[in-house]
Design a protein around this ligand. Structure first.
Ligand SMILES: N[C@@H](CCC(=O)N[C@@H](CS)C(=O)NCC(=O)O)C(=O)O
Length: 222
């Protein structure tokens, strides 16, 4: 039997967090290796393990995978979280990318100056309420099913829940105008593996703090 996947990243959310969410949803246990120094990172770079000299990197099924989307798609396919038909897969990818684009705005936030942070908060709220959440609200309302695509749980649902919770950490009442998404949030949060991931003590990472920002800057030298 293959060993547990090993996740190489920082001890924080960033681009790895959606991967943690997806593995946890699938009920897959994983190990993590955290970069804390530039030397560690240079060693793995010199070993040629990071194909494009970037993380996240995930060791899984004898491969060393990089590129977040490739990793997510592999996990989604493997654990039946990527729909059944080509068309379902296309919609799952489309919705996942929308949720991910919203999350990218939040991922950038801790690295900004105080003045930039204020603007970014406005942008996050605006994008959530004017662009992304209305789409997901309408999709769920129009087909009246529990999940975004194909009436079964997929990566799109998982990433949407992740995005909703991330935006709520910045603006608690962000779902006030989205009753269908409020129900969606409760429903998906109660899926047993997800519920477990949302409990304290799980591998879910907290809101990035100064230490996370400092470590990422030190390791990646920016
Ligand atoms: N397209 C890549 C981008 C990965 C990426 O930008 N990773 C950052 C850390 S979150 C990194 O390694 N930056 C160092 C670099 O680009 O040299 C992905 O989605 O995985």
């Amino acid at each position: 039997m293959a060993g547990k996947p090993i996740l190489w990243y920082f001890n924080g959310r960033g681009r790895m967090e959606s991967i943690r969410w997806l593995l946890a949803t699938a009920g897959v246990e994983f190990e993590e290796r955290f970069f804390t120094t530039r030397e560690q990172y240079e060693k793995i770079l010199c070993d040629g393990v990071l194909l494009f000299q970037q993380v996240p990197m995930v060791e899984i099924d004898g491969m060393k995978l990089v590129q977040t989307k490739a990793i997510l798609n592999y996990i989604a396919e493997k654990y039946n979280l990527h729909g059944k038909t080509l068309k379902e897969k296309a919609f799952i990818d489309m919705y996942s990318e929308g949720a991910y684009d919203l999350m990218v705005l939040i991922m950038a936030y801790p690295f900004l100056s105080p003045a930039e942070k204020e603007k970014q908060l406005d942008l996050i709220s605006k994008r959530a309420t004017d662009r992304y959440f209305p789409v997901f609200e309408k999709v769920l309302k129009d087909h009246g099913q529990n999940f975004l695509v194909g009436n079964q749980l997929s990566m799109a649902d998982v990433q949407l829940l992740e995005a909703i919770l991330m935006v709520e950490e910045k603006k608690a009442d962000i779902l006030s105008g989205f009753p269908v998404l409020q129900d969606f949030k409760v429903r998906i949060s109660n899926i047993p593996t997800i519920k477990k991931f949302l409990q304290p003590g799980s591998p879910r990472k907290p809101v990035p703090d100064e230490n996370y920002v400092k470590t990422a800057k030190l390791v990646l030298q920016f």
